[in-house]
Design a protein around this ligand. Sequence first.
Ligand SMILES: [Zn+2]
Length: 381
Amino acid sequence: MIMPADAAPPLSSAEQLRYARHLGLPEIGLDGQHKLRQASVLVIGAGGLGAPALLYLAAAGVGRLGIIDPDQVELSNLQRQILYDTDACGRAKVEAARDRLLALNPHLQIDAYPEAFALANAARLIAAYDVIIEGSDRFAAKYLVNDACVLAGKPYIGASIRAFSGMLAVYAAPDGPCYRCLFPAMPAPETVPSCAQAGVLGTVPGLFGVLQAHEALKLILGIGEPLIGALLKIDLLTMRFQKLRLPCDPGCPLCGESPTIHTLSEAAFVCAASADQPDAALPWLSVEASRQRPTLRWVDIRTPAEFAAGHIPGAIHAPLDQIEDWAAQVGPHDHLLLYCQRGGRTVQAYHRLQSTLQGRVSLLRGGYEAWLQGMSAALPP
Ligand SMILES: [Zn+2]
């Protein structure tokens, strides 16, 4: 709840200096800085989008920041997640983020939630913040954030990115569209590669995360034209910026005229297992266990570019899009160990090979990155 500026404690001399570039703007000034100090933003996912968003929100003086993310900092995050440094590898992201943000701005309250955004905590967390930033790379989480925000009447800034492009909008604002107006139902998880699989130039999430923070600040300050009812698409290879109209869909299952979703539990999230949380029932082998079995044929199912950039010595290359053709020439006594970058794509490959190679296919837990981690643990950085 935002208090009027005259009821708020005055800015200290240190705060006046810190925010001098805001205070000099007629659109912000003292009133705006008070609004920022009394505002709260929940950032869901402290990754490629959340990391730069959090840095700018903290620098701007947003008084209370919530960060929810279940993951630890990994070496492969540092190419784009500029909130973290090399020493933070292995730490919980929310803890490392809190330390970094408080070092940047000690006037803030940082709430750290080292857990996944899920059905069990969604409504409670959304209710506790004014504005939400959705920075997840998982489709199930995107839909859960959308549905929880619409049902709670809280606006959120959503972004989706690919290798060199992305899109951004403010969803669930009063009279504005929601994500389901654009994409009514969740795509099948195997049809959409996550960033961990597909690769991304680090500056792409950087730009979109900054734009998310920027839209959050505009919403809090009540200035300009927030991206409500509009979708910003940016191709960062050609530098083509497009602002498309994004109207509310009267047939939207969530915010339309005759909605079919009235509670969070009515939406189908459970069946949308992410590629990053592969099926536990499959025959996974750890890197160590795989090394104990010298007869395994290691099969790299990643793209030619990924294979060329580095692979496990001795591995055969059989790209996922040709895996069935390749499997036709596998010998009758061969037992395969499939691996991809992190483990997600091997689940698809496994299911596609089940009919021809039943019982003779295992999957490398954690993929090539787990193997690299085992190698780098034995080497100086
Ligand atoms: Zn809608």
